[in-house]
Design a protein around this ligand. Structure first.
Ligand SMILES: NC(=O)c1ccc[n+]([C@@H]2O[C@H](COP(=O)([O-])OP(=O)(O)OC[C@H]3O[C@@H](n4cnc5c(N)ncnc54)[C@H](O)[C@@H]3O)[C@@H](O)[C@H]2O)c1
Length: 381
């Protein structure tokens, strides 16, 4: 195969990464499925009037002129969409999180195995220069053997992206520790080269949620001008963030014990005015720390008694063109490399499953007084 013909399920929102394949000589976007006519019309505008569109994703996966499917629908539909595509004999690019329960992830892994098709998880943070730099430093051995990892995630855009639409309920996402956090848990796994085996967590709803009616719309609310759950400037993000149905924790603390013995912490707050991700990895010979805001990584090394020359260093990270700090053009191209040339995928189904599993176990822990929870092994039946 030298050209991958792609169908997209969930064509707007994240589904717009399909635009990256528009100029590629190795891909052609030929079909789209969505639950909204308006979004399908937008898709046709982007990919041409003759592009096949449907409100029923089953019609898309059954098409003979499709080799691969991009699943960019909301998390709670990932299992159904990914399995249907695999069983119809398509390769799959599956957005993170892989799904919203461990069992669902294992079902997807089983379907992938049985189909003989390829599935890559959309962990685009692995393609960001800042995290690639951190991984290279760790892999080089410059800071010795990693023993600790700390991640602070200041989700300034929390009210925008997580509490004004479907993301704000447990039934849709299980926990924001796997919806938002699956990226960060994966980066910890990837850089440390080891998966989480045990977690403990604390978390609450400390800011969002309340007693407003579920159908209250920010555009029609008398309190919109002074509401601290700021109304986003996106047409589809207008549900009140203080509505009754909101039940997902907005202030999360999670501790992880990795299989390798590394201890890791992940802190995720959705109502901070800051907008930052800050990672620290500490090894036996030094540490590295990052700031997404400053686009820098700082490395410090321990000194020995013979006063070895200090090798502290600041890495100013190269900026790349494209969305998500240049990661989206890289990951969409890497999917074609995987399908056409069999190159290593950016992230495997197991990587996707293990970050969801850590997030699900953390949700279980924090809803049961912080008890330690062991990550269950993969069950392929
Ligand atoms: N990797 C990243 O950087 C990144 C960034 C954003 C979102 N995501 C992931 O992408 C997925 C979609 O998130 P989003 O913010 O774009 O959501 P969204 O609510 O904007 O929906 C995306 C699209 O899916 C459509 N859709 C909704 N329900 C559907 C259904 N049942 N069947 C088919 N289409 C359906 C919507 O109409 C929309 O066109 C999520 O799983 C999210 O975690 C990943």
């Amino acid at each position: 195969m030298d050209k991958v013909r792609i169908g997209v399920i969930g064509v707007c929102g994240r589904g717009t990464i399909a635009n990256e394949w528009k100029e590629s000589s190795r891909a052609e976007v030929v079909a789209g499925a969505d639950v909204k006519e308006k979004n399908l019309a937008d898709f046709k505008e982007r990919f041409g009037e003759s592009t096949f569109t449907t409100l029923d994703y089953r019609e898309l996966v059954e098409r003979k002129d499709i080799d691969a499917v991009l699943v960019a629908s909301p998390d709670f539909m990932h299992e159904e969409h990914a399995i249907a595509a695999l069983q119809a004999g398509k390769h799959v690019y599956l957005e993170k999180p892989m799904s919203i329960t461990i069992e669902n992830c294992d079902n997807i892994m089983r379907a992938e195995k049985e189909s003989g098709k390829k599935l890559m998880v959309g962990f685009n943070m692995r393609c960001m220069n800042i995290y690639r730099t951190m991984k290279e430093i760790v892999d080089s051995g410059a800071i010795g053997q990693i023993k600790a990892a700390w991640v602070r995630h200041f989700v300034w855009s929390g009210s925008h992206w997580y509490f004004h639409d479907w993301h704000a309920t447990k039934k849709n996402c299980t926990s924001l520790l796997l919806q938002k956090g699956s990226h960060d848990i994966d980066i910890v796994h990837w850089i440390c080269g080891s998966y989480t085996k045990r977690v403990t967590a604390f978390g609450n709803m400390d800011f969002f949620g309340g007693n407003k009616p579920n159908d209250l719309n920010c555009r029609e609310c008398d309190e919109a001008k002074t509401c601290l759950a700021e109304t986003p400037h996106f047409e589809h993000l207008i549900q009140c963030a203080k509505r009754e149905e909101v039940d997902i924790e907005d202030n999360n603390f999670m501790l992880m014990q990795l299989e390798s013995g590394v201890k890791a912490a992940y802190l995720e707050c959705h109502f901070t005015p800051d907008d930052e991700r800050n990672y620290v990895f500490i090894g036996t010979e030094g540490s590295i720390e990052s700031s997404e805001r400053k686009n820098k990584v700082w490395m410090k090394t321990r000194r020995t008694n013979d006063f070895r020359e200090l090798s502290n260093r600041t890495y100013k990270i190269k900026k790349s063109e494209g969305t998500h700090a240049g990661a989206d053009p890289i990951i969409t191209d890497a999917f074609l490399d995987y399908i056409i040339d069999g190159k290593q995928p950016i992230a495997s189904p197991l990587d996707g499953r293990m970050s969801v599993a850590a997030g699900c176990c953390a949700a279980q822990s924090m809803r049961n007084g912080g008890i330690p929870v062991d990550v269950p092994p993969v069950d392929l039946g």
